[in-house]
Structures are given as structure tokens and as C-alpha cells.
Ligand binder design. Structure first.
Ligand code: SAH
Length: 213
């Protein structure tokens, strides 16, 4: 009991900080308040789970910084509710769990099998049932269930992949970091209109690379 309330307070402080950093969407802030990030990191790091920082999750990957998770989720949801969402790069599963609380159904793809297995165990533990996951090269998206109203990419390709654009529904949105080196990536929002793609840059970011097979 005491542990739980301490963590709830830590999450409260994190949410306050995200507010100060400009996150506005109440649904996103609520999801962060209610999602136990400490479940998504190694026990040895759990005391740092509510710092606003990326943390190692093994296999030279990281759980994204809460600010980035909040920013990307907010940008993805800015056009209204989303029924079907594709996430590329499950990692720890934290971003996936946040999306699952805010959208209808999440399809997530991860190339490192042990990470995916661990993430799925966490979804089960938390009783989250609206996530479908597979181990594959996410560079190809997950065409079988597309098009998606939302696509969130958690690793950075050097250029905008055509495969993702193809799987984005008309009226849908994609949030994706693009750039050649970790010091020169832009977080982009792509909106698909009836006959075009509108692209907007949100800010500079630093993601692990999207690795092709
Ligand atoms: N939002 C996640 C971030 C994980 S880091 C979290 O908060 O935990 C990005 C993830 O993308 C890593 O797990 C990495 O293995 C995965 N990734 C990189 N290239 C990929 C590819 N081509 N297909 C699928 N996943 C990929």
C-alpha cells in the first residue's frame, strides 16, 4: 500500500513537470498519471522510473523519456479519437500501454524478440487486452491490418519510409522521428489528406535508429 501511494505521488510530480514543459491534453496527462512506468523498467532502475529521462532496457535500447511519450501521444491524438493505431518499436511497451488507454486497438511491431516477450508479459500483468504484437522488421509496418488512423514510430529512420505513408488512412496522422544521426533528427507529424501528405516538424529529438534487417 505504502509503495503504491509513493509511486502515485512520484507520478503526480512527473505529470506536473510535463505540464510545465507544455503538455496540455488532459487525457494524455491522465494516462501518464495512471500508467505504472516502473513496471516497464528493470527492477534495479525502478526507483528512477518517474524521472523525466530515458533509461536503458537492454539490447542497447531505451525506454523513451516521458516528455517524448507525452508529446508524441498528444500530437497523434490532436486530430480526434483514433480507432486503430500502429506502433513501430515496442521496446519496453510503455508507450504502447499509454496508447492502449487512449485508442481503440494498438498494433505494435518490435524486432528484438526478448523485448517483445517482456512487453507482452507486462500488458498481461496490467490487464491490457487491446494490443496486438508481433516480432518483425517494423520498417514494413503491419500491412495486414492497415490502413491505420494513427501511426507512431519510436525509432528513427534516415528518411521517411514509403511503407508507413501507404499504411496511413486518409485523414490519419503519423508521428515519427526522421534523421541520419542521433544528433540531427526531427520529430515530424504527417497528416494524410485526400490527395497529399502534409508534413510539419515539431522539434529536435534523439531516438535510437530504426534498424532494417
Ligand atoms: N517507446 C519505446 C521505445 C523503445 S526504443 C519505449 O518507451 O520503450 C525503440 C525500439 O524500436 C527498440 O526496442 C528497437 O529494438 C525497436 N526497433 C528498431 N528498429 C526496428 C525495426 N526495424 N522494426 C521493429 N522495431 C525496431
Amino acid at each position: 500500500m505504502r509503495m503504491t501511494s509513493r509511486r502515485a505521488r512520484e507520478r503526480e510530480r512527473l505529470v506536473q513537470r510535463l505540464r510545465e514543459e507544455g503538455i496540455r491534453d488532459p487525457a494524455v496527462l491522465k494516462a501518464i498519471q495512471e500508467t505504472p512506468r516502473h513496471i516497464f523498467v528493470d527492477e534495479a532502475l525502478s526507483s528512477r522510473a518517474y524521472e523525466d529521462t530515458a533509461l536503458p532496457i537492454g539490447f542497447r535500447q531505451t525506454i523513451s523519456q516521458p516528455y517524448i511519450v507525452a508529446r508524441m501521444t498528444e500530437a497523434l491524438l490532436a486530430g480526434g479519437p483514433l480507432q486503430k493505431v500502429l506502433e513501430v518499436g515496442t521496446g519496453s511497451g510503455y508507450q504502447t500501454a499509454i496508447l492502449a488507454g487512449l485508442t481503440g486497438l494498438v498494433y505494435t511491431v518490435e524486432r528484438i524478440k526478448p523485448l517483445l516477450t517482456q512487453a507482452q508479459a507486462r500488458f498481461n500483468y496490467l490487464g491490457i487486452t487491446n494490443i496486438r504484437a508481433k516480432c518483425a522488421d517494423g520498417l514494413w509496418g503491419w500491412p495486414a491490418y492497415g490502413p491505420y488512423q494513427g501511426i507512431l514510430v519510436a525509432a528513427a529512420p534516415m528518411e521517411m519510409p514509403q511503407s508507413f505513408l501507404k499504411q496511413l488512412a486518409v485523414g490519419g496522422r503519423m508521428v515519427i522521428p526522421v534523421g541520419a544521426s542521433s544528433s540531427a533528427q526531427s520529430l515530424m507529424v504527417v497528416t494524410r489528406t485526400a490527395d497529399d501528405f502534409e508534413m510539419k516538424t515539431l522539434e529536435r529529438v534523439s531516438f535510437v535508429p530504426l534498424v532494417g534487417e
